[in-house]
Design a protein around this ligand. Structure first.
Ligand code: FAD
Length: 459
């Protein structure tokens, strides 16, 4: 007998419950990936993530081949393709990981019905995409936690399942049609891929996890906010595509122990937190979680401000550095994300959805749960318990980039300005200033703050 494993956001062989269950239930397994028209039509496959995905699929196929199998790739409507493959293979059932978005819920339901019509079963596995399944812990009287701290407390008390080893062998039935596994080079040729984009794939993820556990993890608590030090794990794209299991990352960090590991595990918990919010409130991907009615600025001057923000030409060096890192690497330091998002939503008072869309265009880890709900958190429309706090980009720059090295790395127009003076180019002597091809600030911070306070008090 045969089972199909549909891979989605879990492109790995280690710690993979659907694969483990399929191998336990059937002699032959079809590892399937569908390039889903629905995801592409929704504009959710921009070049950076498509390139990284190609690496992940190539590596998954190689991992399967090392074990005697291969990856079957199809494209089209995901439900129709899974159904067709299950029929061709004569499979009794399909296994997949549970997703959290509205799209993922609908996909599961459509798939369940279609397979049932054919007399087949769908088994959806929890705690694959997250360490703890959404809904596994809930506060009394609600279906999800709306505040991080109590969630973190409960989450930390739960025992995560043990890490599952990768299978040694996999037998894939002969004769199944497969499209070629997409190649990163082809995606790059089509254009739009950031030149500093990281490499994807499970092997790369495991190398990075190993290096992280032996190296940077120990000092994560002291160094995670150091913009120039770049001392975070950079595991986010791997967690997004599931080339690394979040549960395994937690177990691994806990085995190392200490304050660095504790801080890192807390961040992985933030990831679970946002996933459980989205799973319970799928509309929060686009609608304000708190149901606020901000009358965000738009049109005319606001549009020009958004263009300057996207281009990294706001005149606030640390914001511009972060925005350029995003374009160049398809990734941005967390402190940069906080500053860039606060600047757009609070200082410029522009709708968080405008910023979130731009991030999703470029971020290799661009993720509906983490991106939209972090944007809402920063905009004060989401789960932040202090929704009206505003980050001052100049003070933050002095604090988290004290030497100015992060700014000089990403804003070459300012590379000759020494030390922390780089954070306030408007204070440089006129003669020096005149030689810099760098804009004046597009907004006065005090004016931005007054506008925001006024708007929030009125609302
Ligand atoms: P580390 O600091 O090493 O943290 C380890 C892991 O914990 C990360 O890989 C990530 O999976 C998780 N994590 C860390 N911080 C957060 C957080 N605040 N919320 C949720 N999970 C977290 N993260 C994404 O994965 N995808 C996104 O699309 C995304 N968009 C964001 C947008 C904004 C406006 C902000 C403020 C944050 C966003 N984040 C997003 C969260 C965070 O910035 C990144 O996860 C982090 O910078 C990734 O780098 P790292 O892997 O080195 O993180």
């Amino acid at each position: 007998n045969t089972a199909v494993v549909l891979f989605t956001s879990d492109l790995r062989l280690h710690d993979h419950p659907p694969l483990r269950a399929a191998l336990g239930a059937a002699d032959d397994v079809v590892p399937l990936f569908v390039r889903d028209d629905g995801i592409e039509a929704a504009g959710f496959s921009p070049p950076n993530r498509t390139a990284f995905l190609a690496d992940c699929l190539t590596d998954l196929d190689e991992g399967l081949r090392d074990r005697g199998g291969r990856l079957v790739v199809r494209s089209g409507d995901v439900v129709e393709e899974v159904r067709a493959v299950a029929r061709e293979a004569g499979a009794g059932g399909v296994h997949m990981a549970a997703g959290v978005s509205a799209y993922a819920h609908a996909r599961e339901e459509r798939l369940r019905l279609a397979l049932e019509e054919d007399g087949r079963t769908l088994r959806v596995h929890d705690a694959v995409v997250t360490a703890l399944a959404p809904g596994a812990v809930v506060p009394s009287g609600s279906d999800h936690f709306a505040v991080f701290t109590p969630y973190h407390r409960r989450w930390s008390q739960e025992e995560l399942r043990g890490v599952l080893a990768a299978p040694r062998t996999i037998r894939v039935p002969d004769g199944l049609r497969s499209e070629p596994v997409p190649s990163r080079e082809d995606v790059e040729k089509a254009g739009g891929v950031s030149d500093g984009l990281a490499r994807g794939g499970e092997r790369e993820a495991r190398k990075r996890l190993n290096a992280w556990a032996r190296g940077g993890l120990a000092r994560y608590d002291e160094r995670h906010d150091d913009l120039a030090g770049d001392a975070t794990s950079r595991l986010s794209p791997h967690l997004h595509f599931g080339t690394l299991s979040p549960g395994e990352a937690v177990h691994r960090a806990r085995a190392v122990g200490g304050p660095g590991a504790e801080g890192f595990v807390r961040q992985v918990c933030w990831r679970d937190f946002h996933h459980q919010v989205l799973a319970a409130r799928p509309a929060s991907a686009t609608a304000d979680y708190r149901g606020r009615h901000d009358r965000w600025r738009s049109g005319g001057r606001a549009d020009a401000d958004v263009r300057a923000w996207k281009a990294g030409r706001t005149g606030y060096p640390v914001v511009d550095a972060a925005m350029r890192q995003l374009r160049h690497e398809g990734w941005m330091h967390n402190r940069g994300r906080l500053l860039a998002a606060s600047f757009l939503t609070k200082t410029l008072y522009v709708d968080w959805r405008v910023g979130a869309r731009h991030f999703l265009e470029l971020l290799v880890d661009g993720d509906l749960a983490n991106n939209q709900l972090n944007w809402q958190w920063v905009a004060g429309t989401g789960t932040d318990t202090r929704p009206n706090r505003v980050l001052n980009p100049v003070r933050q720059a002095h604090r988290y980039d004290p030497e100015g090295s992060y700014v000089r790395r990403w804003v070459p127009e300012l590379e000759d300005v020494e030390g922390s003076a780089v954070h306030e180019p408007w204070k440089l002597p006129d003669a020096v200033r005149a030689r810099l091809d760098y804009p004046d600030p597009i907004v006065d911070l005090a004016d931005g703050l007054a506008r925001f306070r006024h708007a929030r008090e009125a609302g």
